[in-house]
Design a protein around this ligand. Structure first.
Ligand SMILES: *Cc1c(COP(=O)(O)O)cnc(C)c1O
Length: 368
């Protein structure tokens, strides 16, 4: 019997075909969600910052309006046009901390590589809107070689974060070259890949990708940092993608951005962290939104995050609790915010605030 030709065009992976079917305009979104009508302000926001919604993300939207936590994260909105006086394109001062166009150094022992400016789905709350709104794409091979030389000359850097954009938007061959360049630097002991694709395009996590990411024996440890912001994003396909990574020995940790109207209540963050933890994904950071142009409408008061942290402390196991952090404007290290545990000094001890009310913690008995 004659063999039939495969239905799939050889060489085009499923994730790339899904990417090609993404919604890239408000008119295409209106065609997909009857009942949704774009306004002039939304059209202006879509002109200022790029828009893309993968078929997977579109499938998570239940109501096509801004009360829907997935819709609100990915659909251009009027809020993006209303800037506060302190908003800047680069509040963390990444540009002045860049020895190369695609490398940021804000810490003595860590460096951040911006592998590409492309994403599968563009988050409206992105703190690097300046990158995605630019025309620049992936890091050129010549710059990658220069970065590797620079890392060899800076052996105090043992941890390289690879972000973007989304580094997993690079095709496998290109990603393999990038990883090989970093793994060839003896002083690099950890590589962390920051990606939202397990959430927005879970089909990207193919067995071939997992083989690429799995650290070679003796090579630097490899971690993946995801971004899940709402329990609804922990869809079966997304959890399967993360499980593939964890099964291969790649620890997965999650960074959540605290977003007004999306996840800024204790029950939502608790449900998110609990499900992440059940699925071997470590809740790592809860980020306060930055003072970035175009995201003012997503910001919450610090007290909101602190109240959420107090709630999590009372309800969740230790490994399920993220660190609540804010990035200081100007580019210093992240600042961790904790609900004030110390109420104040009392005679002979300290009054602490606990889940069940304040309690007195006495000083040690003075030694003779
Ligand atoms: C946040 C950040 C880091 C380090 O992140 P940690 O997970 O806290 O180690 C490194 N470089 C840059 C530029 C960062 O913004």
């Amino acid at each position: 019997m004659k063999r039939t030709t495969p239905l799939r065009p050889a060489g085009v992976p499923r994730w790339e075909r899904e990417l090609a079917r993404s919604i890239r305009s408000l008119d295409a979104l209106a065609a997909r969600f009857p009942g949704f009508a774009p306004t002039d302000a939304m059209r202006e926001a879509a002109r200022r910052f790029p828009m893309a919604i993968t078929p997977h993300v579109a499938s998570l939207i239940e109501r096509p309006d801004f009360s829907d936590p997935v819709f609100a994260q990915f659909v251009p909105g009027a809020g993006e046009l209303a800037d506060a006086p302190w908003a800047s394109a680069d509040p963390l001062a990444e540009v002045p901390h860049s020895p190369f166009p695609h490398l940021v150094r804000r810490y003595p022992d860590r460096a951040l590589l911006l592998a590409t400016s492309a994403c599968a789905a563009y988050c409206r709350h992105c703190f690097r809107k300046r990158v995605s709104a630019g025309r620049d794409a992936a890091i050129p091979d010549a710059e990658l070689r220069a970065v590797a030389r620079w890392l060899r000359a800076h052996p105090e850097i043992d941890d390289v974060l690879v972000s973007g954009g989304d580094p997993l938007m690079l095709p496998d061959a290109r990603l393999a070259r990038l990883l090989a360049a970093l793994r060839a630097v003896p002083s690099v002991r950890v590589i962390r890949i920051a990606t939202r694709l397990p959430c927005t395009l879970p089909s990207r996590v193919t067995p071939a990708l997992v083989r690429l990411l799995r650290p070679p024996r003796g090579g630097p440890a490899t971690f993946v940092s995801t971004q899940f912001n709402h329990p609804r994003e922990l869809a079966p396909a997304a959890l399967r993608a993360c499980a593939r990574l964890v099964d291969a020995g790649i620890p997965v940790q999650n960074q959540t951005v605290l977003l007004r109207g999306v996840n800024d209540d204790p029950a939502t963050i608790e449900a998110l962290c609990r499900t992440l933890y059940h699925n071997r994904i470590r809740p790592y950071y809860l980020f306060q939104a930055d003072l970035v142009r175009g995201i003012e409408h997503f910001r919450t008061p610090l007290a909101t995050g602190l109240a959420i942290m107090r709630h999590l402390r009372a309800r969740l196991s230790g490994p399920a609790i993220p660190n609540f952090c804010v990035d200081p404007p100007g580019g210093g290290a992240k600042i961790e915010l904790t609900p004030g545990a110390v109420e104040g000094r009392r005679r002979g001890g300290t009054l602490l605030r606990g889940c069940g009310g304040p309690f007195f913690y006495p000083d040690p008995v003075p030694r003779a």
